[in-house]
Structures are given as C-alpha cells and as structure tokens.
Design a protein around this ligand. Structure first.
Ligand SMILES: [Zn+2]
Length: 188
C-alpha cells in the first residue's frame, strides 16, 4: 500500500481551511487531498475544498460538487489521494456516516480526522488516520501510522542569523551612487 507523504505546510494549510468552516457558525469541514502517485509513495500537492453543504454543522457533498472538485485538476497528473475532515471534539474516529459518505471510496484512500474543528492545528498524534482497506475504512493504530502517512519537512531556513548580513556601503561609495542616480532619470 502506498505511503502518503505530506509536507508540513500542506498540513498547516489543511488545518487552516478546516477551521474556516467553523468561522461563521460551528461546522465540521472537509478538504480533499490531491497529489502524485509515484509507485509505492504518493505526495500530496494540492488541497481542494468542495462546495459542501454545512448547514447542519456536518459536511454533505453532492455528486455534482465532487465532480466539480475533480474537474479542478483535470488535465494534470494529480489524483485524489484522500481527505481530511474535522470533528468538534477530541474524538477522531470514523462515524458510520463517515464510512458511508466519504467521497474517496477506493483501496488505499486516506481519511484523516482532525479534532476541535482544526483550531489546534493537525498534529498527527491528535488526529485519527483511517485507510480504505479490503472494502472499508479502518482506523490505523498510532504505531502503524508511519506506514500510511508521513509528514515531510516544509520550509527550513538554514541561515545563520548571528553572522552579519549583507554588505555595508562605505560613505563615499553611497554618495557616488546617489550622484550617479541623480544624473540618470531612472530609479536604480
Ligand atoms: Zn466525521
């Protein structure tokens, strides 16, 4: 089964999008994960938020809405890898409705349930990781999550901040530059 990889920034953005569902009125949210499948590994690259009906506080998506989501990546090599959806409390199991209504219903589809509407981010240890295995969604034990979902480094800024940055212009060079700039009618 493919191991789905997702960069930290994509995780953070997923949580932010889930939280946005609960901004006006408290509601669960859903974000579809699209990406590249490369043999034994898959990489999430793209987040698509379907135009879900959240008027009940839960998420409902119609066939038309899901077709629209798929259409957004038409003509690209991206495929649906799974989704993340939020729950109101710390409970991150799959309800029977989740099992039945989750859009991704194919072997290996991933479903991550994020607690507290995503407001506390989506640290994997606090999430429920579910995978479509042998025809149904199964909760992956914490100790086995690594075989299904791995978080990749996002941004790393390796610059040494203690070292002086840049180059200071000497006084005469700066004056010369201003003179030169004044003589030419352009901003350089
Ligand atoms: Zn749910």
């Amino acid at each position: 089964m493919t191991i789905v990889h997702v960069a930290e920034g994509i995780m953070e953005e997923t949580a932010r999008l889930l939280t946005s569902f609960a901004a006006a009125a408290e509601s669960e949210g859903v974000v579809y994960w699209f990406g590249l499948e490369l043999g034994e590994l898959a990489v999430v690259t793209t987040l698509i938020v379907p135009d879900a009906d959240t008027s009940t506080g839960a998420v409902q998506t119609s066939a038309a809405v899901n077709a629209e989501a798929i259409g957004a990546v038409a003509g690209t090599p991206l495929v649906l890898l799974g989704q993340a959806h939020s729950h109101p409390s710390r409970w991150v199991g799959h309800s029977s409705v989740d099992d039945r209504d989750t859009f991704a219903q194919f072997p290996g589809a991933l479903s991550v349930v994020v607690p507290y509407y995503g407001r506390h981010g989506m640290e994997l240890a606090s999430c429920g990781v579910h995978r479509h295995i042998e025809g149904t969604y199964r909760r992956i034990r914490d100790t086995d999550v690594e075989e299904h979902l791995r978080v990749l480094p996002g941004v790393r800024d390796m610059r040494d901040r203690t070292r002086p940055q840049g180059r200071r212009r000497s006084g005469w060079l700066e004056r010369l530059r201003l003179v030169f700039k004044g003589g030419r009618n352009e901003d350089r």
